[in-house]
Ligand binder design. Structure first.
Ligand SMILES: C[S@@+](CC[C@H](N)C(=O)[O-])C[C@H]1O[C@@H](n2cnc3c(N)ncnc32)[C@H](O)[C@@H]1O
Length: 259
């Protein structure tokens, strides 16, 4: 599922939701130990890895999708190792990294428990995991997109979902329990909030480029419905506009765990 959902979407992701996910970077990368060996798992465009390098970390990265890895390579340069590798099977040795980051990744994997255990495996004793996910509360952008679909008489597609016995509760407690079960000694979590400012055409690159749930929904529609959706998007986004940008109140779950 992960590979399929993230294939051929890297450029559209870079233009759209990468900006949303990057908002967590100051929190996720706060108080890095000096010279920390850091692994960025599910690195996407490499924005977090770049920021971590700027903060003095020695960074490696990986992503399940080869196009994402190519974007990260282009951003980070050849001296930073970036591998094509997917949870729950990373190629790295046991116990190598002081900090292992998965920024909005555990909410996309097919096997969250095995994936969290893999993050623990590659962390050094005394090291930490730093993870973020979207919570189980509706997002502002999701609500706008839902309103666009309803106003356009769009059909509801089948969204890929995990079987119940593989899933976990998308909350601070749920992610904390996942990391504890994976072998973390202690966990600490909180809710992070911010405003996501995005240009309308950049946001629209997500559905039309096939990114995440909005991409699945877009691809299920006829060209007529897609045309109506863009018109309804331009109408319904008006109350959220601040100058040229849409402003979405955003929030995420952040949990770190000690190993
Ligand atoms: C929402 S994006 C987050 C990207 C990046 N961490 C960021 O903050 O911008 C999810 C990323 O996880 C990657 N991904 C999905 N499933 C994965 C897996 N099983 N193992 C590693 N990466 C995965 C996707 O290719 C995508 O780059």
């Amino acid at each position: 599922m992960a590979q399929q959902l993230w294939s051929n979407v890297a450029d559209a992701y870079a233009r759209s939701f990468a900006g949303l996910c990057a908002s967590s970077l100051p929190v996720v990368l706060a108080d890095l130990p000096p010279g920390a060996r850091l692994l960025d798992v599910g690195c996407g465009t490499g924005a977090l890895a770049e920021e971590a390098i700027g903060r003095g970390a020695r960074v490696s990265a990986c992503d399940v999708d080869a196009d994402m890895v190519a974007l990260a390579h282009a951003r980070l340069g050849a001296s930073v190792p970036v591998a094509v590798a997917g949870l729950p099977d990373l190629q790295h040795d046991d116990g190598v990294f002081d900090v292992v980051v998965a920024n909005f990744v555990l909410n996309h994997v097919d096997d969250p428990a095995a994936s969290a255990a893999e993050l623990v495996r590659v962390a050094a004793p005394g090291g930490s995991l730093r993870t973020t996910i979207w919570s189980n509360q509706p997002t502002a952008q999701g609500q706008l997109f839902r309103a666009v679909m309803e106003a356009s008489a769009a059909i509801d597609p089948q969204f890929p979902a995990l079987p119940e016995d593989k899933d976990f509760v998308r909350s601070v407690e749920g992610l904390g329990d996942l990391l504890l079960a994976a072998g973390c000694r202690e966990v600490e979590g909180r809710f992070v909030t911010w405003d996501w400012r995005v240009l309308p055409d950049d946001f629209w690159a997500a559905p039309t480029g096939g990114v995440a749930g909005v991409g699945v929904a877009w691809r299920a529609q006829t060209p007529d419905v897609q045309g109506r959706m863009r018109a309804e998007f331009d109408r319904l986004r008006q109350p959220l506009m601040d100058g040229e940008h849409i402003v979405f109140p955003a929030s995420a779950v952040m949990v770190s765990g000690s190993v």
